[in-house]
Write a protein that binds this ligand. Structure first.
Ligand SMILES: [Zn+2]
Length: 259
């Protein structure tokens, strides 16, 4: 075979393979782009399934995406809510991964897996979920039955000092670890009826929720804290050096918006 023939064969091979490689790369890029939103949905579904198993053993009721109207016309979204003989468990899924450091009484938590694989800090997730508990307390009462639970589905929580933090792996130990009430069936059913009214109108609530989100964005654009009406101040994270909007009423108000 002459060098010329070999070159010709090479060129032909490249022409045949190039479109395949081009579309293959585009397909992969598309998959990677859409994977984070899908991952969040998958993880939410995994947590739901794990809680469903618990519920099958323990009885009670499990709800997801519960919109509750709170003070000042705010609507809060509760990721997952369980009502049973042990009490009312208000779950918030936290998607931070890596090795989490934090504790019940620490304002700032951190993970070793930030966006640029640097350490990244974030506010104590219990404080944010507390807003959801307050909304429930305002609407159905029973503060003493409400449990604030954070689930880091796939993180390492060995450095977190709290009994109210779980992962997918140890979620099944929750009812044996936490102090629990012993409610009778009548009480559980009555609580479930109360909560059902927030689950019945997802469409209206979704609309309300979108409206609230818009109001929050408008407030931030005007430099006003959407939670308390305080002034937004530019802060710099001592851990990561990143800039964010914080509230002038910190630490009473934990509003935070990354820039
Ligand atoms: Zn504020």
């Amino acid at each position: 075979m002459s060098p010329f023939t070999i070159a010709l064969i090479c060129i032909a091979a490249i022409l045949v393979l190039a479109p395949g490689i081009y579309f293959g790369i585009r397909f992969l890029a598309k998959m990677i782009n859409s994977s984070s939103a899908r991952d969040a949905r998958d993880i939410h579904a995994q947590v739901y399934d794990a809680l469903l198993k618990l519920k099958e053993n323990e009885g009670g009721y499990l709800y997801q995406n519960v919109f509750v109207s709170a003070l000042y016309g705010k609507v809060v979204l509760i990721d997952l809510l369980y009502v049973g003989k042990h009490g009312i468990y208000v779950f918030q899924i936290d998607y931070h991964s890596g090795r989490i450091r934090g504790g019940d009484n620490l304002n700032t938590w951190s993970t070793d897996k930030g966006n640029d694989s640097n350490e990244m800090d974030f506010y104590n997730p219990f404080v944010q979920n507390e807003t959801n508990l307050l909304a429930l307390e305002e609407t159905i009462g029973h503060r003493e039955l409400l449990r604030n639970i954070i689930i880091f589905p796939n993180a390492d929580i060995t450095d977190v000092d709290s009994r109210h933090v779980y992962t997918l792996k140890n979620l099944n130990t929750m009812f044996s670890v936490l102090p629990s009430s012993n409610l009778d069936n009548d009480m559980v059913n009555r609580l479930a009826d109360e909560i059902q009214r927030f689950v019945d109108h997802p469409a209206r609530s979704l609309e309300q929720h979108a409206q609230i989100r818009k109001q929050e964005e408008d407030a931030v654009a005007q430099g006003v804290c959407p939670l308390c009406g305080g002034t937004l101040l530019m802060r710099v994270s001592t851990h990561t050096g990143r800039k964010f909007w914080g509230c002038s009423n910190f630490p009473n108000c934990m509003f935070r918006k990354d820039l």
